[in-house]
Design a protein. Structure first.
Length: 315
């Protein structure tokens, strides 16, 4: 019988996550999706201070600044559609005034630096090996911000370029933040605008780069989110209508594998109880009864108080 799924079970990590520990997620949509699910369940998570970023060099920009002991400056700001954006941030991070935007992105950068000191697990998700280089400055932009296309040169990063960029970053992390467990993954989102063959070349480049880095730095772990989507689920029923983004079923499936890989026993119990609490909190009574609504609210408050006391969190 031909299997509908391979039913891949990633190996259980030796670096188990406890819900009391701080987690940092950077990069593409896998980071965004998993981090948001964890945030909903009251894990300590800092999620993409630069917004969603896709290419490895833009994802690594905050580390580069940290190593140089620099911060973002006016030269990092561009104006598009009468609005101010950063070359190195997602478009959702913007402002009508340059000074305010600069203040905002440096506040987020300082939060990132602070979080590195507290962080126990750092997840970096590569999305695409394609980059857009500003012709005028030769800088790689995280987002084009609707600037004219003729201002950019599109390039495909090589495995060597990615590894050369991350080699000093990983050394820096190991020397200055030895408590951090570093986990890489590749986003399963298909970048179909690049072309189907081009997307596969891009993902292959990212996979080879992570493999090469893991060979050199044995402490690096790899979580197979890309393989779970493309080799396990492997069906367009698990994609949104655009055929590129995993849908909620797929995201939750990958999240379950993520939990089984990384959560310690205490955290599995915590996550299960938080899931039950949130399900109760989001429940809508079928009948519009004041009494039933009051009873439900009392039950939610009672459970919330119980969990807050048990886990020393604020609900």
């Amino acid at each position: 019988m031909i299997p509908y799924q391979l039913n891949i079970d990633p190996p259980i990590s030796e670096k188990q996550i406890n819900f009391k520990e701080s987690l940092l997620f950077l990069g593409s949509c896998f980071s965004e999706n998993i981090a948001n699910l964890l945030l909903q369940k009251h894990f300590k998570v800092l999620n993409n201070p630069n917004g969603i970023t896709f290419n490895p060099l833009s994802i690594g920009k905050p580390f580069e600044l940290l190593m140089l002991k620099e911060e973002y400056t006016n030269k990092d700001i561009v104006n598009s559609q009468n609005h101010c954006f950063s070359k190195f941030h997602h478009g959702k991070i913007n402002h009508s005034h340059e000074t305010e935007l600069l203040k905002q992105i440096n506040t987020d950068f300082n939060l990132f630096k602070e979080e590195l000191s507290n962080c126990k697990h750092l997840f970096i998700t590569f999305g695409s090996a394609y980059v857009y280089r500003l012709k005028e400055t030769n800088e790689i932009a995280a987002n084009c911000h609707q600037l004219p296309q003729n201002q950019f040169e599109k390039e495909l990063l090589t495995v060597h370029e990615i590894c050369s960029f991350y080699h000093p970053i990983i050394q820096f992390l190991e020397e200055n933040y030895p408590q951090i467990n570093l986990i890489f993954t590749v986003s399963p989102v298909k970048h179909l605008k690049d072309g189907v063959a081009e997307n596969n070349i891009s993902k292959s480049t990212l996979l080879l780069a992570i493999h090469s880095l893991a060979q050199e730095f044995p402490k690096i772990e790899y979580f197979p989110s890309y393989e779970l989507m493309n080799d396990d689920l492997r069906d367009y029923r698990f994609y949104e209508s655009d055929g590129a983004h995993p849908n909620a079923i797929a995201i939750n499936y990958i999240y379950e594998k993520f939990k089984n890989t990384f959560f310690d026993k205490e955290t599995i119990t915590f996550e299960k109880e938080m899931t039950a609490y949130l399900k109760l909190k989001n429940h809508q009574p079928i009948l519009n009864s004041i009494l039933k609504t009051q009873q439900l609210q009392m039950k939610i408050e009672s459970l919330g108080q119980e969990l807050s006391k048990k886990y020393k969190i604020i609900l």
